[in-house]
Design a protein. Structure first.
Length: 168
């Protein structure tokens, strides 16, 4: 039923019948055909993150995957007493070898190339000062020499205030 609006004039009485007609007209007009689609509005701001409980519970741990390929490291093999050595300058290019022979030599007490401090077999340890690495007082000089030149210096010629640097 279509609504016919009332034309109100000054002095008209408002009655229950007229008010009910108005209410029924409003109710009838609320159910009508939809209008055309409106333009999309601007995007709203990001809402707050929900409470931690809003997340789903963690799932069960999955099955272990297959083993991956072997990575670089110590290669398998080698016999007791062998050592690992580089075969080339390439990373991880190594091989097991027998240890090289040689090493520490022997010397005599009269060997002029051996420093005096090294000829003290009963002394268990040596300080840096014993071997001439640190002067006993303030450094007033620095002297660079070969090991043989240092060994050839008589003990009285070695100054406690000189730092001796041994070059290779």
């Amino acid at each position: 039923m279509a609504y016919t609006p009332t034309e109100w004039k000054d002095g008209d009485l408002i009655s229950a019948a007229r008010m009910n007609k108005l209410e029924q007209g409003v109710a009838n007009e609320q159910v009508g055909p939809p209008g055309p689609q409106g333009a999309q509005g601007i995007q709203g701001i990001q809402g707050p993150i929900g409470p931690r409980g809003a997340q789903g519970e963690p799932g069960e741990t999955g099955a272990t995957g297959p083993a991956g390929p072997a990575g670089p490291g110590v290669p398998a093999g080698g016999a007791a007493g062998q050592v690992l050595a580089k075969k080339s300058g390439t990373d991880y290019d190594t091989e097991w070898i027998d240890p090289p022979e040689g090493g520490g030599g022997t010397f005599t007490e009269t060997d002029p190339t051996v420093p005096t401090w090294a000829k003290q077999p009963n002394k268990p340890t040596y300080t840096a000062q014993d071997v001439g690495a640190i002067p006993s007082g303030a450094v007033t000089a620095i002297q660079v020499m070969t090991e043989a030149e240092y060994a050839a210096l008589p003990g009285t010629a070695k100054s406690p205030s000189t730092l001796y640097l041994i070059k290779e």
